[in-house]
Ligand binder design. Structure first.
Ligand SMILES: *Cc1c(COP(=O)(O)O)cnc(C)c1O
Length: 384
């Protein structure tokens, strides 16, 4: 039996047809035809005025921070539990990431921790829609506005999620998406930057093209900047994927529904949360084990691997990573962010790829239940 992968895309004839058309025709005067269509379709779907297709979500975040004027000495607030791609671009700008705690239910930025860590140096906050979940965007937007802090929404994991009828990726000054092969929509590698602010959009276009304004004198640069562009082949793939977005997001929710059904009577685990005001697109089905079970995520991952089931650890707190040990505030974050440190050791992502079937979910949950039952009985027999 082949290992059941933890994540992966859905590619159909449509994607193959569009990419074939792009490699055949998207040259000369048509070089940008797929970018234009992909960006417009994407903007229409999430409800934003402008979208820019980029090589990755990391580059989208970098470009957003640069265009927002984040610079040396500034502070940018990020949740402690996220992929490092959310925070790394802050360091690219010479600014300092400030790691704050998450909410125990949504696993996303906690509004109170956000407000408590604002200083006169805080220039921006990057919210993260973890595994498809959404933070309390009303509270966060309100706090940000009062303190004049720019909101950037890292929506990499949340295409198709809704917060009170507004799509994930439609909040704040700018929002970013990833089309990495593991994400709900893929272009192989790729990203998107979205905004409603015309001036900011213009600045992004300028900085992503080596500091050239559109229509300027050829090879005449006004600033030293970046070169961030997606290829037309990727844009064609992205267009096919965004045209299938409803189908792909429904399937993600279907996968979650299967897991929920199979795991509903299992004690000691918590699945992804969906508050009444949110529609969660469940990028990754995730469980948190009760610490009382005495099983860590690493142990459970090993046990699942023996059954040919791939899984991923819940993100480690950024403040725990060797990458940030020289950062003075990482130390205080380790003491401050109690929820992050409570959740992370016991969380893992279960197979949630778009190739997963109901039978896979039954196999995975059966094995998971067996593993947990065995651990429970050994725990009982060895405890005094
Ligand atoms: C995947 C991901 C990114 C990075 O995306 P890339 O396209 O690989 O740069 C950023 N933030 C979060 C939350 C992600 O999950």
């Amino acid at each position: 039996m082949q290992k059941i992968p933890v994540a992966g895309p859905s590619i159909t004839e449509k994607e193959i047809r569009y990419v074939t058309d792009a490699v055949t025709h998207a040259w000369y005067s048509n070089a940008n035809m797929y970018h234009d269509r992909f960006e417009k379709a994407f903007a229409a779907y999430i409800g934003r005025k402008y979208c820019i297709a980029l090589p990755s979500c990391t580059s989208a975040l970098h470009l957003a921070l640069a265009s927002a004027g984040v610079t040396i000495g500034d502070e940018v607030i990020v949740p402690d539990l996220t992929w490092i791609a959310t925070a790394a671009p802050i360091s690219y700008m010479g600014a300092t990431p400030v790691f704050v705690d998450v909410d125990s239910k949504t696993w996303c930025l906690d509004a109170k921790s956000f407000e408590a860590n604002i200083t006169p140096l805080t220039k921006a906050v990057i919210t993260v829609n973890l595994y498809g979940s959404m933070p309390d965007m009303d509270a966060i937007s309100d706090i940000a506005q009062r303190h004049k802090v720019a909101v950037i929404e890292d929506a990499a994991e949340s295409i198709g999620s809704l917060y009170k009828d507004r799509k994930a990726g439609s909040f704040g000054l700018a929002s970013t998406f990833s089309f990495h092969g593991s994400k709900t929509l893929t272009t192989g590698e790729g990203g998107m930057l979205a905004t409603d602010d015309e001036e900011f959009h213009r600045r992004c276009l300028f900085l992503r093209d080596h500091g050239r304004a559109r229509g300027d004198k050829m090879f005449w640069n006004d600033a030293v900047a970046y070169k961030y562009k997606m290829s037309s082949l990727q844009a064609a793939l992205g267009l096919a994927q965004i045209e299938r977005v409803e189908e792909l997001v429904s399937y993600k929710r279907q996968i979650f529904g299967w897991y929920q059904e199979e795991l509903k009577d299992v004690e000691g685990i918590t699945l992804n949360y969906e508050p009444p005001v949110v529609k969660n697109s469940f990028w990754m089905v995730t469980i948190i084990l009760d610490s009382g079970l005495g099983i860590t995520k690493e142990q459970l991952m090993k046990d699942l691997a023996e059954k040919n089931i791939d899984s991923r650890p819940f993100f480690y707190p950024l403040s725990l990573l060797p990458a940030y040990q020289s950062l003075p505030q990482a130390k205080s974050a380790r003491e401050r962010n109690v929820v992050s440190y409570r959740i992370s050791p016991y969380g893992l992502n279960l197979p949630s790829g778009l190739n997963i079937t109901h039978d896979h979910v039954i196999y995975i949950t059966k094995n998971l239940k067996d593993i947990l039952a065995t651990k429970r009985s050994t725990a009982k027999h060895t405890s005094p």
